[in-house]
Design a binder for this molecule. Structure first.
Ligand SMILES: *[C@@H]1O[C@H](CO)[C@@H](O)[C@H](O)[C@H]1NC(C)=O
Ligand SMILES: *[C@@H]1O[C@H](CO)[C@@H](O)[C@H](O)[C@H]1NC(C)=O
Ligand SMILES: *[C@@H]1O[C@H](CO)[C@@H](O)[C@H](O)[C@H]1NC(C)=O
Ligand SMILES: *[C@@H]1O[C@H](CO)[C@@H](O)[C@H](O)[C@H]1NC(C)=O
Ligand SMILES: *[C@@H]1O[C@H](CO)[C@@H](O)[C@H](O)[C@H]1NC(C)=O
Ligand SMILES: *[C@@H]1O[C@H](CO)[C@@H](O)[C@H](O)[C@H]1NC(C)=O
Ligand SMILES: *[C@@H]1O[C@H](CO)[C@@H](O)[C@H](O)[C@H]1NC(C)=O
Ligand SMILES: *[C@@H]1O[C@H](CO)[C@@H](O)[C@H](O)[C@H]1NC(C)=O
Ligand SMILES: *[C@@H]1O[C@H](CO)[C@@H](O)[C@H](O)[C@H]1NC(C)=O
Ligand SMILES: *[C@@H]1O[C@H](CO)[C@@H](O)[C@H](O)[C@H]1NC(C)=O
Ligand SMILES: *[C@@H]1O[C@H](CO)[C@@H](O)[C@H](O)[C@H]1NC(C)=O
Ligand SMILES: *[C@@H]1O[C@H](CO)[C@@H](O)[C@H](O)[C@H]1NC(C)=O
Ligand SMILES: [Cu+2]
Length: 526
């Protein structure tokens, strides 16, 4: 705890003045997270949630380039109306093959762990920088609140003045009911549950609820801020804008981009953007519009996207709400929307030509709540894929059809075309690495020269085309990040060079103990 607090201070100094050197970071940063049940009321409605260290969002973890992050997670869950076991996924952090067992994908690379148990994730960060987040990876548990931000520092100091714990901005959907009841209702009604409120930095309001004070972000006139915007929703996308301010995008999902100025952006579940905002307007209060976008608000009359907002407060301004109208941000010709196909990595890498092509047709039949990829709904195996691969199950025939496990040799390029004929919008997420986005939703442009690389890409209105490499032997989960969709089958596993996994992956004894311990738990504690 001390270490992380000290580090924050150092980071703060180093970005305020180019000549102030931050003390060298320790090679290893130890972090503890206690996963607990506790009351939370981000929109004024109190419920019991699944929380990291008792708060929602969980505490940010700030690390620096080159460090190894060692995160000890203590499962202190007690309330059996929600899942009692857990498993943590550090989204977007690159994982090398030999460390695939630390990816925290339940039933792909690991078993969850039960109440009273602990597990320590060791994550060498290498040269990766950017904005990441962590969440529970077990079924729909993260809807109950276990979400937070992981934030390895990227010292691109010349573009901005301030980048510290106060500049991590989160948008989230919030649910008054437990995720378990949401899933039951989804299965019974075919209707994807709709959130009760949208939160900005952990606060929001719902129709008829109390007037919770909106979260304010303080800025000093004249300074430029690198805000790290993270969508930690379970299902909802957000249109994000700040009245009278532009936003310069400089990072998408951990990949630095050419500066690209917009005044509104749509952020999907699991996605991250760094935006530079200059505090260059008159001293005052400005609305931050974090407009939650659910397609069917009539399914939950609590939800009101106008009430999902925050405040940008200049130093010297009164401690009050802006007097300006509550809008949903720039519209029509005033809107300069971020388009995924227009953002270019600072360090472009042409996409290699594919060795294999894959098509994913996403579909839900009218008569059953089950998302399918090519007519198959993913069912997690009871023994995790990695456990079986290490036991020698490395051939296609070793995997049941419902495991949606696609095997490829090592060191190949795979192209996946994801078809979403009904424009449902599925933010597909690949574990452990990035993909190249050759074709984005909303554009017909095919870019293989300098496409954006990221780890979450939203489908819709036709197709998206992604490419990735199988340089890292291992089973890598590839799934829709809308937790309810994943829970009813919209998942797959990319089996990269499985015959080589035994040579490179040597899990710890602590990992090996997870499955026997999980299997021994009574069903109520799993
Ligand atoms: C979480 O809480 C534990 C116990 O109080 C503390 O040791 C740890 O530093 C906290 N973690 C973070 C990331 O703040
Ligand atoms: C457990 O959580 C439920 C909500 O899911 C709540 O109604 C109940 O009071 C909680 N139990 C305890 C002991 O906190
Ligand atoms: C980090 O970058 C340096 C310099 O580009 C390179 O020599 C080194 O191999 C990289 N380390 C990792 C772990 O990728
Ligand atoms: C929440 O759960 C209650 C009781 O099960 C149910 O009546 C209500 O419709 C649920 N609300 C939503 C928004 O799903
Ligand atoms: C600030 O934004 C609001 C809402 O878009 C607009 O009505 C107003 O004219 C803007 N003010 C200035 C000074 O640009
Ligand atoms: C953000 O928005 C998308 C909607 O595209 C949603 O599915 C996703 O789960 C949200 N959450 C995160 C963490 O991005
Ligand atoms: C949403 O909230 C705004 C602001 O309070 C209010 O004007 C509007 O009527 C609300 N919309 C609905 C559908 O209740
Ligand atoms: C994959 O599809 C592309 C067209 O998108 C085609 O040019 C290429 O030949 C295909 N490669 C293989 C190995 O089928
Ligand atoms: C759903 O409908 C399809 C054809 O429309 C049929 O083949 C299938 O058996 C039905 N499934 C169920 C569970 O009723
Ligand atoms: C294996 O796949 C079949 C469909 O091909 C499915 O009915 C069955 O439930 C699956 N078995 C397991 C254990 O998931
Ligand atoms: C894959 O590429 C790496 C790095 O070039 C090399 O070390 C490894 O031997 C290759 N593996 C196979 C199976 O070709
Ligand atoms: C779908 O894409 C077509 C062109 O590719 C465009 O004309 C249409 O407006 C899009 N529809 C939606 C709902 O985005
Ligand atoms: Cu989906």
């Amino acid at each position: 705890m001390q270490l992380s607090a000290l580090f924050l201070l150092a980071l703060h100094n180093s970005v305020r003045g180019a000549t102030v050197l931050a003390p060298a970071a320790k090679p290893t940063q130890f972090v503890t997270l206690d996963i607990v049940n506790g009351p939370v009321a981000p929109d004024g409605f109190t419920r019991i949630g699944v929380l990291a260290n008792g708060t929602f969002p969980g505490p940010p973890i700030v690390a620096t380039k080159g460090q190894t992050l060692v995160v000890k997670v203590n499962n202190k869950l007690t309330n059996d109306t929600m899942r009692l076991s857990t498993s943590i996924d550090f989204d977007g952090v690159f994982i090398d093959s030999d460390n695939v067992f630390n990816t925290g994908s339940p039933f792909v690379t690991t078993c969850p762990f039960g109440p009273g148990e602990s597990y320590t994730y060791t994550l060498p960060l290498g040269n990766q920088t950017g904005s990441f987040w962590y969440h529970s990876a077990l079924s729909v548990q993260y809807i109950d609140g276990l979400r937070g931000t992981v934030d390895p520092d990227d010292p691109l100091a010349h573009l901005y003045d301030i980048d510290d714990a106060s500049t991590v901005l989160t948008v989230a959907d919030w649910w008054h009911n437990t995720s378990t009841s949401g899933l039951v209702s989804y299965l019974a009604t075919h209707i994807n549950p709709v959130a009760d409120s949208g939160l900005f930095n952990g606060r929001g309001r719902y129709n008829g609820g109390p007037e919770i004070e909106y979260a304010a972000v303080s800025v000093v006139p004249g300074k430029r801020y690198r805000f790290r915007l993270i969508n930690i929703s379970a299902r909802s996308q957000f249109f994000f804008s700040i009245d009278n301010h532009t936003m310069t995008v400089i990072e998408a999902d951990g990949v630095a981009t050419e500066p690209h100025e917009v005044n509104i952006l749509l952020i999907h579940t699991g996605q991250r953007y760094s935006i530079v905002v200059a505090a260059n307007q008159a001293v005052g209060n400005y609305w931050i519009n974090a407009v939650i976008n659910n397609e069917s608000p009539t399914h939950n009359l609590n939800l009101n996207s106008t009430l999902s907002r925050g405040i940008l407060r200049y130093e010297g301004a009164l401690d009050e709400e802006p007097q300006t109208p509550l809008t949903e941000g720039p519209t029509g010709t005033d809107a300069v929307m971020l388009h995924e196909w227009e953002i270019v990595p600072l360090d472009p890498i042409p996409a290699p030509e594919p060795d294999f092509n894959l098509t994913f047709n996403t579909f839900m039949p009218a008569n059953i709540t089950a998302w399918q990829i090519n007519n198959i709904s993913y069912i997690p195996p009871s023994v995790p894929t990695l456990v079986r691969v290490l036991q020698g199950e490395t051939q296609q025939m070793d995997f049941n059809e419902t495991e949606n496990t696609f095997l490829f040799p090592t060191n190949k390029t795979i192209q996946v075309e994801i078809v979403d004929a009904r424009n449902e919008g599925h933010p597909f997420h690949l574990h452990g690495m990035n993909f190249w986005v050759i074709k984005s939703n909303g554009s017909d442009i095919i870019n293989t020269v300098n496409p954006i690389r990221r780890d979450v890409c939203n489908t819709g209105n036709g197709t998206i085309i992604l490419r990735f490499r199988t340089d890292k032997p291992g089973p890598w989960s590839f799934h829709c990040h809308i937790l309810y969709h994943f829970a009813v089958g919209l998942g797959s596993v990319i089996g990269a060079g499985l015959d080589r996994v035994g040579n490179v992956v040597h899990p710890t004894e602590a990992w090996e103990r997870l499955c026997p311990a999980y299997d021994a738990l009574p069903p109520g504690e799993q």
